[in-house]
Design a protein around this ligand. Structure first.
Ligand SMILES: NC(=O)c1ccc[n+]([C@@H]2O[C@H](COP(=O)([O-])OP(=O)(O)OC[C@H]3O[C@@H](n4cnc5c(N)ncnc54)[C@H](OP(=O)(O)O)[C@@H]3O)[C@@H](O)[C@H]2O)c1
Length: 273
């Protein structure tokens, strides 16, 4: 039997990963999150042990570490999927506070979990898997800067950690999902509406952006490909540095163009309507 700690297990993607790991019969999962109802639902899955953990709270992470330490002497994987998103101007509203909150979960929280569970990973000959996003490597679009900043930071954190831990023979792998319909993508829609209702400068721009945003957020119905990628990252004897799944074709095409050219396209496309 292998043992994993999975953060974000109460979320859309985390639940799918926890279910798949449970279904293999090869993994016992310590499934972490803060939502008590979702944690209780996870408990019904075979070999899934819910662990309350708020990644922004040192005390909560330490309590979770103690719970896991009482059950096992080592971990085969720590899989970080806890995450927050944002849709916000970078010059209006409470954008700085939103940035702080998102970084606190997506970057500091991830680092806190990996620090706390590192000795268990080392003892178990395990590996660390960090969830980034296509927003962690694509050029950010307007209003996605806060989330993108957190995921670019995740990438930098992950890559440095990989090159540090390779000296200890501990693989560090990043996952770069495209868009999948979860609470996270619903939150983008809600924050879009909030931003559109409160903006002083961007009403027309946001109205013109909406069709593209709807198109992009409607992409991922089924996270099966992503779940397969995570399982490969967890089980492969020679895991890759990164796994991508569900990358958006339109956004990927824009990435192939020079940035100035993309700026021009955004300018023309959003202003013309
Ligand atoms: N869905 C997508 O399109 C997409 C695309 C690219 C990358 N991702 C990444 O995939 C990961 C999972 O996203 P998702 O789509 O599954 O989102 P989701 O359904 O909103 O789930 C988010 C998860 O993060 C957890 N979380 C948030 N704040 C937390 C905190 N302070 N402490 C502990 N856990 C916390 C939530 O737990 P509680 O609710 O229990 O607090 C929940 O389990 C995120 O890192 C996200 O950035 C998602």
């Amino acid at each position: 039997m292998k043992y994993a700690l999975l953060t974000g297990a109460t979320g859309g993607l985390g639940q799918a990963i926890a279910g798949a790991l449970s279904g293999t019969g090869r993994w016992t999962v310590f499934a972490a999150g803060t939502n008590t109802e979702a944690l209780a639902a996870l408990e019904k899955l075979p070999r899934v042990i819910p662990v309350p953990m708020d990644v922004t709270s040192p005390d909560s992470v330490e309590a979770a570490r103690q719970t896991v330490t009482q059950a096992v002497t080592g971990l085969d994987a720590v899989v970080n999927f806890a995450g927050l998103t944002a849709f916000s101007s970078l010059v209006e509203g409470d954008c700085v506070e939103i940035l702080r909150k998102v970084l606190e979960v997506n970057v500091t929280g991830m680092a806190r979990v990996n620090r706390a569970f590192f000795d268990l990973v080392r003892a178990g000959g395990g590996r660390i898997i960090n969830c980034s996003s296509e927003s962690g490597w694509m050029t950010p679009q307007p209003f996605s800067g806060i989330y993108a900043a957190s995921k670019y930071a995740t990438e930098a954190y992950n890559d440095s950690l990989r090159r540090e831990l390779m000296y200890l023979d501990i693989p560090v792998i990043k996952i770069q999902p495209g868009a999948y319909k979860t609470r996270l993508t619903q939150r983008i829609r809600d924050e879009f509406d909030r931003t559109a209702a409160s903006t002083r400068y961007y009403g027309k721009l946001l109205r013109n952006m909406k069709p593209l945003m709807d198109h992009e957020l409607a992409r991922g119905e089924n996270p099966a490909g992503l779940v397969r990628a995570v399982l490969k990252a967890m089980e492969s004897r020679r895991p890759r540095i990164r796994y991508r799944a569900g990358t958006g074709k339109l956004l990927f095409t824009l990435e192939l163009m020079p940035a100035k050219c993309v700026d021009l396209i955004y300018g023309i496309f959003y202003k013309r309507k």
